[in-house]
Design a protein. Sequence first.
Length: 524
Amino acid sequence: MSNELLTGPRIENCAVLDLLTSLVDKSMVAYDEATGRYRLLETVRQYARDRILDDGELELRRDRHLSCFLALAEQAEPNLRGADQRAWLEQLEGEHDNLRAALAWSREHDLTTVRGLRLCAALWRFWFVRGYLGEGRNWCRSTLDVPMGDLASKARAEALNGAGALAYGQGDYAAAGSHHEESLAIRRGIGDSQGIANSLGNLGNVAKERGDYVAARTYYQESILITRELGNKSAVAGSLNNLGNVALNQGDYAAARSLYGEALAINKALGNRAWEGTNLQNLANVASVQADYATAYALSEESLSIQQDLGNRHGIATALSNLGSIAHQQGHLSSARSLHERSLAIQQALGDRLGVAHSLGNLGSVMFQEADCASARCLFEQSLALHRDIGDRRGIAGSLCRLGTVVSEDGDYALARSYCEESLFMQRDVGDRRAMAGSLEELATIAARLDNPARAAKVWGAAECLREVIGAPLPPNELPRYDRHVAGARSALADDSAFDVAWQEGRAMTLEQAIEFALEQSDA
C-alpha cells in the first residue's frame, strides 16, 4: 500500500521511516514494540488536528485516510478465506479503529461515491469471524440507507450480502432473507454469476434454519451448478457443506459424512482453515448422533483448536456447545454444564439469538438429567420463546419435545402429550427423522404412564426401527430413563408375549403409519 495515500506527494515514501524515527527521538511520537505501531502523543495529535483545521485540509486528509483503509480492507477480503487468514484477521483487528473512522467519514461526508458500501462488503467476514456482528450490522444498515442510484448496484449487492450474513449470524432470519433476496435480484440484473451463486447459497441457509429443507436443497443445488461451472473450488466446498447440513438434519448420515468429507478435502487443499474447522465440527456431529463419541470428541477438539487460533468466536462457541453435548450424552454432567455455559456466554456477547436458544435448551437438558425439573422447564420455555421469535421450526419442535418430557415427569400427561404431538407434527413437516424418533419415544412413555402399555410398546417399536434405519441410537445418558419406562410397561401387561407382539407390530409400521398412530390414537 502506498504511503502517499496518507502523507500526500510532498513526502517521498522512502523518507517516511526516517521521519518517524526522528519524531520518536524527539518524544513527539511513541513506538510500541509489541505491536510495531507508531502513535502520536495526545497533545501532539490535538495540535496537528488544529493545524489541519487551520489549513482547511481536514476533508482532504480524511478522504485520503478513507481511501487508504478501503484499499487495506479490499486487499484483506480475499485472504480471509485462505491460508493466510489469521494474519489478515489480526491486521484488520489492529486497524479496527481506523476502519471505524473511515466508515464514519464515508457515511457522513462521502455521499457521492460507493466507498462506504465497498468497505462494508470487504469487512463483513472480519466482523462475523471476530464477533462484531451487531456493530457490523449497524455499519451496513447506515451505509445502505444512503441513496446512490444505479452506479452503486454491484457494491450495494455485495454490502447487502454482508448485511444478510451478519443478520443470519444473529438468528435474524427475516432480515437475512430480505437482504439476500435484494442482493440476488441485483446480481441477476447485472449478470454476476458468482454473486448469484453466493446469494442462492445464503438463501438456502436461511431456508434450512427455518426447517424448509426442500427449498434449501433447491437453492444449494442451483448454487453448486454455477460454482462448478465457474471452477470456484471454495464456493463448491461451501455448497457441499450446506448440502451435508440438510442431509444431517434429515437423518441421512452416510450422505452427510460423504458431503462434509468432500468439502473438508477441498478446504484443506485451499488452506481455508475457518471452513476446515466448520467441516470438522460437522463431521463430529455425524459421529455424535451415531454414538461414536471418541471420534466426535476428537474432531470437535480439533475444530475448537482451529477456531481459537483464528479468534473465530462463532466457531469457538459452536465447538464448546458440541463438546458439551458429547459430555452430556456420555453422562458427564458437570463438564457438560460448564461447556454449555461458556458457549452461552459467547453467544450472548455476539447477539446470536439462535446460538443462545440452543445453549439454553442444552443447559435445560443437563438440568433435567440432574433432576432439577423446575430449572429445566424454565430454560426450555426461554429456548422455545427464542426459537418462535426467530422462526426456527426445527428448534421450536425440539423445544416442544423437551418441554413435553419435563412436564411428563411432573405428572401433567395431558399437557405433555400436547407438546409432543405438536412437536411431532412439525418434525414430520420438516423431515427431521432423528427428532421424530425422540417424539415417538416420549409419546410412548406418556401412553405407558396412562396405563396403555400395549400402545406404548407399539410406538416404542416403531421408534426403535426408525433409529436403526437412520443409524442414530439413543445416547447413553437417555438409556436409564428409557429402560425404566419400557420395563414398567412390560410388567404392566399380564401376558409378557403381548408386549413383544405389540413391539413387533410397531416395528413393521411405515414411518407415516407410526406417526398417524401416535397422533390420531393417543387417547386409545
